[in-house]
Ligand binder design. Sequence first.
Ligand code: NI
Length: 169
Amino acid sequence: MSLLTILEFPDPRLRTKAAPVTVFDAQLKQFVADMFETMYAANGVGLAATQVDVHQRVLVIDMSDERNQPLVLINAEIVEKDGAQVYQEGCLSFPGLYADVTRALKVKVKAQDADGKEFFYEAEGPQAVAVQHEMDHLAGKVFVDYLSPLKRSLLLKRLEKQRKQAASA
Ligand code: NI
């Protein structure tokens, strides 16, 4: 296994729209394993292929404290959504940045596993947030896109400041 490099905002490659996965082979399984390893090493709860500069519709999530509930969704599509929730989101492509985002409370997705087998997956609350956040990445969207221009610019200034401090430390 190997750790992948996570792209950080405002890297323009984060705006790439991912293509559907069509080949379910050993290479795909290795990539999924590498995504989990990379997400766990970064203490993340979700990672989309876009964030590691692979533009195929693969995302991984594990919201559990024990880090033992890995979920991989390939070619995920939302087939139902319901309700609304506000949740404070973070993102491995925006280290140290958090913001409230409003999303659907419940989602039902149709997806494939690493063998190409189709299944339905239902999520609610924080898990539904993660699914929607990671699916956005695959469409070239990031969570700060949902903020007002003022709030977004304040947050991005803070991110810039953190980077400068980290660079001079
Ligand atoms: Ni993210």
